[in-house]
Write a protein that binds this ligand. Sequence first.
Ligand SMILES: Cc1cc2nc3c(=O)[nH]c(=O)nc-3n(C[C@H](O)[C@H](O)[C@H](O)COP(=O)(O)O)c2cc1C
Length: 188
Amino acid sequence: MSRDFLFLLGTTRPGGNTEALARLAAEQLPADVGQTWLRLDEHVGEPFRDVRHEGDGVYPAPLGGQCRLLEATLAATDLVIASPLYWFTVSASVKAYLDHWSAWMRVPGVGFRDRMAGKTMWAVTAHTAKDLAEVEPMLGTLRLVADYMGMRWGGELLAYGNRPGEAVAAPDVAVRAQNLFEVQPVAC
Ligand SMILES: Cc1cc2nc3c(=O)[nH]c(=O)nc-3n(C[C@H](O)[C@H](O)[C@H](O)COP(=O)(O)O)c2cc1C
């Protein structure tokens, strides 16, 4: 099965540590693996509203940036959540994106939940935590979301960095970034 990676940039500073880490890891993907890059803050649009228990609980098909996000999400085999660690968890745009999944599950004809099952989720994160236990709430959130949706967990790339450029400058990071997507073929 051919792989298509969707890199979802949940950063608030383009070219910052998280994006640099994600681009370093992506360099190792074989040429026949597709890559799509989207900045979440340019696409998440209006905040999710919970209308599940109003009327028929059906959501309309998303428009604009959210429609692009939905299409790209469904087209991907692998979702790479590239989020800086913000207050021990994902950034606001990543959270907004994940909240929209609740709407997309209820858009008639999409079959979102069935089509998400079997995809693989990855995490790429820059942080300033001295103790990696502080990154666990974020990783736990993403792993549980993946599990809830019947997705596989691919792995994570964590790197310490504060000022842009710091995360990829650490001696061990290049090797870890290069190894991130060296995965076994997905078992059928
Ligand atoms: C709003 C905000 C909240 C943050 N919260 C945390 C945190 O809880 N734990 C942590 O280790 N670093 C935290 N940081 C530091 C960032 O994770 C760090 O600077 C990272 O390199 C930013 O990634 P970027 O360069 O991709 O923007 C925070 C930074 C900001 C701006």
